[in-house]
Ligand binder design. Structure first.
Ligand code: NAP
Ligand code: MG
Length: 411
């Protein structure tokens, strides 16, 4: 497309480049599907593992600050350093999980949604529409303290107020022998922003919001989550939800686990941190593949970071390095970009950017619906005998051809 005809993206998207196979798909997405059509500036941060190590993770913190400044970011998958990776890349140290660093700066809630494709049938035939997961991304077991109990003794939990008032101490357990103990926390401020983010998301998408916890057992901790959800719903959302004909529903986590199986979908399931970690992987797999799962972190300040739900696809990368053609699925990477473009367009008041992103999504979905797909999907599609398995580059070419026709039909 001649540069004068390219669609202008008014404000920058913060771009967080990453590692291994997703880095390869990232470059292909930009080269083949975005830059030919868009006049787009990005605020670029290279989160390649070597560069994070060289900058003592400063680049990750800078990227988070840039997202707070510009409001919209898109992140490629990144390696979380382990001892093996330190040796493989000659690193100074095991840098922290970049997702952990980003979430600790941005706070917020991670929303995950499956990409629905007509010839990829979910493992549960009742699910006709997406089940979105809203995962609280702060606290609980992810910021815990644990002690290995070596033998008989008393384990206690205590809170010492800064204002000098009386400390509160409770006995957790009197041990007769070895065992384990764990302390976890959350804050009212973070739970409030989690609840607000979930109601905002549900209202935005016009879908019901379900929240689950275990307040019958956890009478202080989980009851606090439940109470805050109800308080915020009653104060800020009840009338809006009723006008939009959507509802808020609270019940126990085990009750929801059973109900979700019978539900037709089309709802947001707000989950505490650990529940969301587990349930989002279960849903991704049941809807087809991790490569068909989108993910966005919504911060309390109203900033958005889009990413794929999967990792760097290391096994495919090693094949790629040997010169082999891999059939890696770029759908989640493409949708991370389209998600960020749609949000940018919405915030900038440039509907043509949103329309382009929707055309790109439709082109990618229709390629798969036409029977042309990567290896991970061939195994689970409705008619594998008529499907054509393509390699990653061939899949990009197929999407590009459809996108070209879709964009040209408007010219
Ligand atoms: P992974 O990258 O998600 O891949 C696990 C397996 O899932 C792959 O080997 C592949 O199965 C399949 N798969 C995932 N994405 C695919 C795609 N787009 N197309 C086709 N198949 C796909 O997880 P991992 O191998 O355990 O982790 C690799 C690295 O990613 C680690 O260094 C980890 O730290 C990092 N990681 C990053 C993030 C993030 O940045 N958000 C999240 C998770 C993990 P087959 O091999 O059977 O084809
Ligand atoms: Mg998980």
């Amino acid at each position: 497309m001649a540069s004068a005809n390219k669609i202008k993206v008014k404000n920058p998207i913060v771009e967080l480049d990453g590692d291994e196979m997703t880095r390869i798909m990232w470059a292909l997405t930009k080269d083949r599907l975005l830059t030919p059509y868009l006049d787009m500036r990005t605020d670029y941060y290279d989160l390649h593992i070597k560069h994070r190590d060289d900058t003592d993770d400063g680049v990750t913190r800078d990227a988070a600050d840039a997202i707070l400044k510009h409001g919209v970011g898109v992140k490629c998958a990144t390696i979380t350093a382990t001892q093996d990776r330190v040796a493989e890349y000659g690193l100074k140290s095991e840098t922290k999980s970049p997702n952990g660093t980003l979430r600790s700066i941005l706070d917020g809630t991670v929303f995950r949604s499956p990409i629905i494709i007509t010839n990829i049938i979910p493992a549960n035939r009742n699910w006709k529409r997406p089940i979105h997961i809203g995962r609280h991304a702060y606290g609980d077991v992810y910021a815990n303290q644990e002690i290995r109990i070596s033998g008989p003794g008393k384990a206690q939990i205590s809170y010492i107020p800064d204002d000098g008032s009386e400390p509160v101490t409770k006995l957790i357990h009197r041990f007769d022998g070895p065992g384990i103990v764990q302390g976890i926390h959350n804050t009212d401020a973070s739970i409030r922003s989690f609840a607000a983010a979930c109601f905002t998301y549900g209202y935005d998408q016009k879908i019901d919001v379900w929240f689950s916890a275990k307040d019958t057992i956890s009478k202080t901790y989980d009851t606090n989550f439940r109470n805050i959800f109800f308080e915020i719903y009653e104060a800020d959302w009840k009338s809006k939800f009723e006008a939009a004909n959507i509802s808020f529903f609270y019940t126990l986590i085990d009750d929801i686990a059973a109900r979700i199986m019978k539900s037709p979908g089309g709802l947001l399931w707000a989950c505490k941190n650990y529940d969301g970690d587990v349930m989002s992987d279960m849903l991704a797999s049941a809807y087809g593949s991790l490569a068909l799962m989108t993910s966005v972190l919504v911060s309390p300040q109203g900033c958005f970071m889009y990413e794929a739900a999967h990792g760097t696809v290391q096994r495919h990368y090693y094949k790629h390095l040997k010169g082999e053609k891999t059939s890696t699925n770029p759908m989640a990477i493409i949708f991370a970009w389209t998600g960020s473009l749609k949000k940018r367009g919405e915030l900038d008041g440039t509907p043509e950017v949103c329309t382009f992103a929707e055309k790109l999504e439709t082109s990618a979905i229709e390629s798969i619906e036409s029977g042309l797909m990567t290896g991970d999907l061939v195994k689970i599609c409705t008619h594998p005998e008529t499907a054509t398995m393509v390699n990653m580059v061939e899949f990009f070419d197929a999407v590009r051809n459809r996108l070209d026709s879709a964009v040209m039909s408007d010219v």
